[in-house]
Ligand binder design. Sequence first.
Ligand code: ADP
Ligand code: ZN
Length: 437
Amino acid sequence: MIDLYHDREVETMDREALRALQLLRLKKTVSSALKTPFYKNRLKDVGIKSAEDLKNLTDIKKIPFTTKDDLREAYPFGLMASDRDEVVRMHASSGTTGTPTVIYQTQGDLDRWTDLTTRSLVSAGCRKEDIFQNMMTYGLFTGGIGLHYGAENLGMLVIPVSSGNTKRQFQLMKDFGTTVVHATPSYMLYLHSKMEEYGYTLSDFRLKKALVGAEPHSEEIREKIETLFGIDAYNSYGLSEMNGPSVAFECEKKAGMHLWEDSYLMEVVDENTLEEIPDGETGELVLSILIRTATPILRYRTRDLTSIIPGKCSCGRISRRISRIKGRTDDMLIINGVNVFPSQIEEVIMKMPEIGTNYRIVVKKEGILDRLIVQTEVGASIFSDDARDMNKLQKRIIDNLRASITISPTVELHEPGVLPVQEGKAIRVVDERGGNG
Ligand code: ADP
Ligand code: ZN
């Protein structure tokens, strides 16, 4: 029988044993943290002078939260806990929201991360027989390199092509019979939209799976990717502060992402009161890394909004699952006083079969009022139809959006290929108001 787990013992251990392992590893992280200029005083201020001052897991609540600004303040060396000659790698965030933050890893840290990414790949059904084309950017950004090592460790044949160069992506997929790709969901959709232009059809490929992550995407986008390519798509979540991909990953059940709790301690808090909230409710994800010595980060406010899915997954893995990331706390748009998340707009429009693969949200100021404009591409055949049909479609989109977000946007329909596409993370929102409205 094929072993469906990479590390059965850890993945299926009982919760009590898991908690004991977490406490042990948390103590190690705190020991490292006490060596850094950044955490030394912060921990002492709350009475933690040595790891032994943590008696149980709830003692973590004594430790103050760490924010992205804190990490920027610690740039470049304030969070390095290992001797410089033990550190073998550094990574930085993509800087989507400002100055990048850096993390360091020792060889041991890298090995533990590789083991975890291997586990993630196996949980999403990848096997050593697979041919893995990694379309995620390599470099300081952790997306490409992170899964690369796990994929090699699993024994897949890895094609480290990185992002962009769509023509070459197609050629490699065809010539080498790629079975698994790793990309952003927006790039998967872009890839599909270019297939015909480059002279390929689905029958040229042997693709079975896509691992998609690095940016928020709705269930509707997943379904679109799956239907267009005739494959399975799995959600992959991570952030450079916590190593990168493989913080949470969907298993073959596709019922939320397992957040690997032996490696990360998770809390979900109300983003305003910072109090822990019950399972099932949406709040900000707070993470402490348990498997890295060179850059310990404790109670990191990810700004990502999610909820803990109650109950156990039928795959048998013990790590609790989180729901699809709804967006970042700072993604929320305030339009004439109404709170709107871009993900709400995406959910509505991507449910409509006439809508193509790309969209953009533009917010402008008109006098004292905000104007929300939703630009979407529509299928080529629909676009060339009668103008009256286009008007009807426009009206239906407005009605559906109003029902969900309570405000009426302006809707612009565009031909396929007109709206801008990014090589890395998609930029879905253009706020032209200055400030955040
Ligand atoms: P940056 O914060 O500069 O974008 P990273 O490259 O480390 O830095 O990206 C991590 C962030 O990307 C996460 O905090 C999250 O907001 C987003 N992200 C990563 N994976 C996913 C995913 N599967 N779904 C939604 N958002 C994701
Ligand atoms: Zn599962």
